[in-house]
Design a protein. Structure first.
Length: 170
């Protein structure tokens, strides 16, 4: 038997009206969305999945996945500026040339002296040793291949959806 605290600590996956996985919410929020009619259960045919929540007057089965029935206004999301903190986060605080996590700096893949810009696609984390060795050259010229190709961060909903489908194969 599942205790009350176990049930209340569960998460429910929320899908958009277009069936795009958006995020996870706690079970209390899921109940509020279901009761107010702003969401519907996605796995209604499967009576064994989910959790049974009872109050003195109502028994409600809360499924593992719900779908919003209202199309909310999507928040406008802009790609954040390519600043040091965000670049370090994207590259997991690791030098993209040697893998070191000490004395980290920001390196322009195509040096600014050669016309490179300070954009997500052109900046990576590099340790001071690799950055000094690479100097004003491209990785190809310095024979220093990148571990990962630099790219701008994804929209949070897209990122969550990719992670969701990777963890929940069909």
């Amino acid at each position: 038997m599942t205790s009350t605290t176990d049930v209340l600590s569960q998460n429910v996956v929320v899908f958009s009206k277009n069936y795009l996985p958006m995020n996870r919410v706690n079970i209390k929020r899921a109940i509020a969305l279901l009761v107010t009619g702003r969401a519907e259960p996605l796995d209604a045919s499967d009576r064994t999945s989910g959790w049974m929540v009872r109050s003195p007057s109502v028994a409600l089965r809360v499924p593992e996945c719900i779908r919003l029935t209202v199309a909310g206004h999507e928040r406008i999301w802009k790609v954040p500026p390519a600043n040091r903190r965000e670049i370090l986060r994207r590259d997991n605080h690791t030098c993209q040339y040697c893998g070191s996590t000490k004395k980290l700096t920001i390196d322009h893949v195509i040096p600014r002296a050669q016309g490179g810009s300070h954009t997500w696609d052109n900046v990576v984390v590099a340790c001071s040793r690799c950055n000094a060795f690479k100097g004003n050259r491209t990785p190809e010229e310095a024979r220093m291949p990148l571990r990962t190709k630099p790219k701008a961060p994804l929209h949070p909903v897209v990122s969550f959806a990719e992670q969701f489908w990777r963890n929940h194969p069909t």
